[in-house]
Ligand binder design. Structure first.
Ligand code: PLP
Length: 221
């Protein structure tokens, strides 16, 4: 975590612009916005809550835990875990995380089921072939959903990260996630970030995860 270059008024202006962008693409359909605060300090979380966002996304276990610890218990957002998740971090995160969006393998499913029985999870599909972005191959997602349900987790959606590059290049992957979510009967399609949210929403996103459009460019990690 770095310093706190967060100007609440600026975040509020950006939030209004962002909501317009999403509404225009959604044409009246409801799309949830998750404020992604990774790379910024606790002030970004406070600003997000101030702007009416109820859910905040983080990518790194230590960073999420530090921010959660710095906020009073009655000012906690819903915490969504979005990043590559090591199995040995699940235990510490379990009391804090409300939604595990980046679940992509059996051992993680089993660990979450053990440490946070009945937890709400999304299965992450890999849409770009880039291993560092995490996610299971699309062909493995159905089996992971079945397994997660069998061990008592509440599978409420699929998540995917589009490839780097032009937003249009994300379209076919997003379309595949939406088709698979339909087929598997899961409610949410968590697709779309700052650069590609219009394409994602056009394809049927129900949840976009947005950082830089709200808080500006992230300081280098
Ligand atoms: C960083 C990140 C986001 C937000 O990215 P922006 O481009 O800043 O909107 C969303 N989802 C995941 C998984 C991320 O790692």
């Amino acid at each position: 975590m770095t310093g706190d270059p967060i100007d609440v008024e600026e975040v509020a202006r950006r939030a209004a612009d962002l909501r317009l962008r999403v509404e225009r693409a959604a044409g009246g359909r409801a799309v949830e916005i998750i404020a992604v605060t990774k790379g910024f300090g606790p002030a970004a979380v406070v600003a997000a809550i101030h702007c009416g966002f109820t859910a905040v996304g983080e990518n790194y276990a230590q960073e999420l835990l530090a921010k959660a610890a710095s906020l009073p218990t009655d000012q906690q957002p819903q915490w969504h875990f979005l990043g590559r998740l090591q199995r040995n971090k699940v235990r510490a995160l379990a009391p804090v995380v409300d939604l595990w969006q980046s679940v992509d393998r059996i051992e993680l499913i089993d660990e979450i089921a053990a440490r946070a029985p009945g937890a709400r999870v999304f299965i992450q599909a890999n849409l770009s072939g880039e291993a560092h972005k995490g996610g299971a191959p699309l062909a493995d997602v159905a089996d992971l959903v079945t397994h997660a349900r069998a061990v008592g987790l509440r599978v409420d959606g699929l998540m995917g990260v589009g490839p780097q590059g032009a937003p249009e290049e994300a379209r076919s992957g997003f379309r595949a996630v939406v088709a698979l979510a339909d087929e598997l009967g899961v409610r949410h399609r968590s697709i779309g970030m700052t650069e590609d949210l219009e394409v994602a929403v056009e394809e049927g996103s129900t949840m976009v995860r947005v950082g830089s459009a709200l808080f500006g460019p992230r300081p280098p990690r």
